[in-house]
Design a protein around this ligand. Structure first.
Ligand SMILES: [Zn+2]
Length: 83
């Protein structure tokens, strides 16, 4: 059970598309599973905080999870996704 999700900022900007496996709320994104990256998250440094290119709000923080870079999402900035 996997699908491509559109992840948007609350301002309406399309941030990235994400290949999500499994059910449940989107809490963090493994960066190697972004299929389109309109922000420049790929290659961002660990502990950096990518911003929405449109409204400049923080999207979350980049961290290492199981040895791979991931973006832990700021739930207040991204548009909640119904599954
Ligand atoms: Zn925005």
């Amino acid at each position: 059970m996997a699908r491509i999700l559109d992840v948007q900022c609350k301002c309406g900007y399309l941030l990235f598309r994400y290949y999500k496996a499994g059910k449940g709320r989107l809490i963090k994104c493994m960066i190697d599973r972004l299929t389109d990256d309109f922000v420049g998250i790929k290659g961002a440094a660990t502990h950096s905080r990518p911003l929405c290119p449109s409204c400049k709000k923080e999207l979350g923080i980049v961290m290492m999870i199981h040895g791979k870079p991931a973006l832990k999402l700021n739930q207040g900035t991204i548009t909640p996704i119904r599954l």
